[in-house]
Design a protein around this ligand. Structure first.
Ligand code: FAD
Length: 593
């Protein structure tokens, strides 16, 4: 049994009503595409995720990865999945057709990714980083580099990686020390990178590393950092693979979760220096890398949703199987799904998953508008919205995945804590999500500093206004009045939080650091409710024939979210507005033994 049944009803619903696929398909880039055809693609992706990928999740976790010399081994089952994934064209779904991509909307690529990630989170990092690398190369690479490498990344024949972290440079990338020495029109790279996801393996003919390093003589700090493309194997002018470059994995990390994903220490330049090519401008490496990082942040947020979905599906099945205790009005002992407290947990899981999906698909749609909208104004508006939503998708969805996968264990009782059921794996796998791709502390700082204070609150206020208008319209339908009132309350709190930040940031800079995480959670919680309410309204107005039951359930999960999750917004607001001096009351020494 695969243990995964892709939730295509909710995915398709989000694509139609939250991402607004009709508007996306009206863009020139997608001329001639029909929603029904795209749903067919998703149906097939769902089958692939369910039948081919999902059965490898537990085995990949149990077998793990290993290194012998400089060769990294991953389980055969994962290698087989990847071969089929690439051969069936799944990597190229939303790739640019000029480079052998299928050119479908990113929103559809996002839905395919969700299902692949739910199938096997550890494996999914390989295609995710490859596609992020392709996006960065397309945006910033020279024509020559694109001609040589881009189609291979778009199709997934070659893999892509992202190399930022060094022992002394984690969140603080200004501390990067890897060096690049000019060698004609290319560079020789040396240094050590740590924690590199899928840094080495033998699943692809070649691996194309995207590396941050400092060109000799470059200034300290972020202004001295450049980005380089470093192939594992050199590629000649005919595109043929040649000798091995001077880069290798030297060891693997032993981790809490995602055991099927090799996390490598990578050494560059043990001999003459790894040959690398500049991507983008010298000294602008961090900005260039941000193209890759922003996509990866959306991808990691989606992983939060994906692993939560898997945990939920396992928990709901167990809740029907496990018989314990009695419930009023029923003869005999009852499956635990009949206990109100278990239902509370199932509803917490389900409603927050649906909220995450609504927020994540809203962001995914902005990628399509930002790239393909007809006029500059519309593209800039989508870019601005995407920029605001990115830390929320990454930070909030991954925080939620901690809660949801933990609830998945709780529903299993003791069987959740032992490894046999698989509930524990989801919890272990999810734990990395708030850490990598910029910790959630860094996401919170990005939201508060760059995204809210950076534009004096304009974009977030614009979003709150739009959502408030949509909410007011909901009050006309009596099934949605209570939902509309709750969401309106949440929007008030979000607005208050934004006002408070703007007022306090200049007079009391410590306020930003102490408040930012609670602002992130406040924003995610409220946007989750608002987009769920939008979905509930769409469901009600679409509630004819086969959709009626779906719509009823959507209203029920939204009402639950409004009653049980949205009230947390009060707490986040109160905590963010607390005097930052309270957080810093104890000196650092108070945290010594
Ligand atoms: C399994 C795994 C896979 C990874 N994959 C990759 C990869 O493919 N490529 C890659 O380049 N890296 C990768 N990483 C590295 C990852 O991105 C970093 O671990 C992460 O960015 C945090 O850096 P750090 O571990 O050095 O923590 P630190 O930066 O030391 O942070 C420690 C704590 O301090 C907080 N903190 C640090 N600075 C600040 C600040 N200025 N303000 C507030 N709080 C702060 C952090 O939020 C965190 O809670 C991976 C890591 C792991 C564990």
């Amino acid at each position: 049994m695969s243990g995964y049944n892709p939730p295509l009803d909710d995915i398709n619903f989000c694509i139609r009503h939250i991402a607004d696929i009709d508007s996306i398909l009206s863009l020139d880039a997608f001329d001639g595409m029909e929603v029904a055809d795209l749903e067919q693609v998703l149906e097939e992706a769902g089958k692939f995720a369910r039948d081919v990928i999902a059965p490898t999740n537990v085995i990949g976790d149990q077998k793990g990865v290993s290194i012998e010399g400089n060769t990294v081994h991953v389980p055969d089952e994962i290698a087989d999945v990847h071969a089929q994934y690439v051969a069936n064209g799944w990597q190229s779904v939303s790739g640019n057709p000029e480079y052998d991509g299928m050119g479908l909307p990113s929103t559809i690529g996002n839905a395919v990714s969700e299902m692949i990630q739910t199938g096997n989170l550890a494996y999914s990092l390989l295609p995710m980083l490859t596609s992020d690398a392709a996006i960065a190369l397309e945006a910033h690479g020279s024509e020559e580099l694109k001609q040589k490498y881009l189609a291979k990344l778009v199709t997934g024949e070659w893999a892509g990686t992202m190399l930022l972290t060094e022992p002394q440079a984690g969140s603080d990338l200004a501390a990067i020390k890897a060096r690049a020495v000019r060698d004609g029109d290319r560079f020789r790279i040396s240094g050590t990178k740590i924690y590199i996801t899928w840094g080495d393996h033998e699943l692809s003919e070649n691996i194309i590393h995207f590396v941050l390093a400092r060109i000799e003589g470059a200034p300290d700090g972020v202004r001295g950092i450049s980005m380089f493309l470093v192939p594992k194997f050199m590629v000649d002018d005919n595109g043929e693979i040649g000798e091995r470059n001077d880069v290798r994995a030297t060891s693997l990390e032993h981790k809490l979760g995602i055991h099927a994903s090799p996390t490598c220490v990578m050494s560059f330049g043990d001999n003459d220096g790894a040959i690398g090519y500049l991507v983008g401008e010298e000294g602008k490496g961090l900005a260039t890398m941000f193209t890759m990082m922003n996509h990866a942040r959306l991808g990691v947020g989606l992983q939060g949703l994906a692993v939560s979905e898997r945990a939920f599906q396992l928990a709901r099945a167990y809740a029907h199987d496990r018989v314990q205790g009695r419930v009023p009005g029923q003869d005999g002992r009852a499956p635990i799904v009949h206990h109100a407290d278990v239902r509370r947990m199932l509803m917490l899981m389900r409603s927050q998953i649906e909220a995450m999906r609504a927020v994540a698909y809203t962001a995914a749609a902005q990628v399509d508008f930002a790239h393909h909208a007809a006029d500059d104004g519309a593209r800039a508006a989508a870019e601005s919205r995407l920029s605001l939503l990115t830390p929320v998708v990454k930070g909030w969805c991954t925080e939620k995945s901690e809660e949801v996968t933990s609830l998945g264990i709780q529903i299993h009782g003791g069987m959740g804590y032992v490894e046999e059921t698989g509930a524990a794996q989801h919890y272990r796998d999810a734990r990395i999500l708030p850490i990598y791709e910029g910790t959630n502390g860094i996401q919170a700082a990005d939201l508060a500093g760059r995204k809210v204070l950076g534009d004096e609150g304009r974009e977030i206020r614009k979003l709150v206004d739009e959502l408030r208008k949509a909410c007011t319209a909901l009050r006309d339908d009596e099934t949605l009045t209570a939902i509309a009132d709750s969401v309106n309350g949440g929007l008030d709190q979000l607005e208050q939080g934004v006002d408070w930040l703007l007022e306090n940031a200049t007079t009391n800079p410590a306020a930003i650091g102490a408040a930012s995480f609670n602002l992130l959670m406040l924003t995610g919680t409220v946007l989750g409710g608002a987009y769920l309410a939008k979905a509930a309204a769409a469901g009600v107005s679409d509630a004819s024939g086969t959709d009626a039951n779906f719509a009823r359930e959507k209203v029920a999960t939204t009402a639950f979210y409004c009653a049980h999750v949205l009230p947390r917004a009060h707490g986040y607001l109160a905590a963010m507005m607390a005097d930052p001096a309270i957080t810093m009351a104890l000196p650092a020494e108070a945290f010594l033994d």
